[in-house]
Design a protein. Sequence first.
Length: 289
Amino acid sequence: MQQSQAITRKSASNLALAFVLLPKPKRDAMSALYAFCREVDDVADEDSVAVEQRRARLAAWRTDIRRACDGGTPEFPVNQEFQPFIQQYKLRFDLFDELIQGCEMDLDTQRYETYAELERYCHRVASVVGLLSIEIFGYQNPACRTYAVHLGQALQLTNILRDVRTDAGRGRIYLPLAELQQFKVTEAAVLRHEYSDGFAQLAASVAARARNYYRLARETLPAEDRRSMVAAELMGSVYWRLLRKLEAKQFMVLGPEPTRLNKPQKLAIIFRSWLGFALGARASNYGPA
């Protein structure tokens, strides 16, 4: 587990943060999953490498994770560490394949015309991670899979709002072009990091969509699986707080300083999540009606 844990420790990811509430066996499994996700995402995002080289590397990761799923001998150290957990939790290759397809979309697609197109991308890069994660967490009610899909959409839309400037710096605009047109925001303005009332209204409409997914996740989490979903619920709480912070700042996300939660804020959320878990709280700490 050395390589996977090193990748997890190095990251400041909110996903890695959520592992703190898990028992060690599941924490190790999630570290291995996180390391895999981090590796394939880094391949897709390595702009200094030619697109076709990145495509070939992602194909190699697809072949290697298939070996791990099929009981073969994977070549990549991260997959070697991950394989026992893949077998233990019966993680399916088709989900890994779909995740890699999401990474491949970043090689070819820099614009999304509609929410339908964007949500297909969000499903692949976020909801699929949720579907893999809940197999590790363990659940009784199949409705947990719907919960994972909704929460993944909510988290990814929040990420997209936070990272508009970073993505624009790489020539990417994830906000749907149909929405830009509706609010009279041009692609050029986003790429130049120009804030406007129209952009604030556009971002608010995306936030409203994210809020709806938080609500759906909250409503579809089965009561009998709430305790086992404690790490996912922590993720929901962290990203919900981030969304609220973006809203409070009127989506001033085009400046040089990204909006983040500071360490005390994250620790407070962890404590509240742990306390709610310990006291048997029946409601999610996000997406209130």
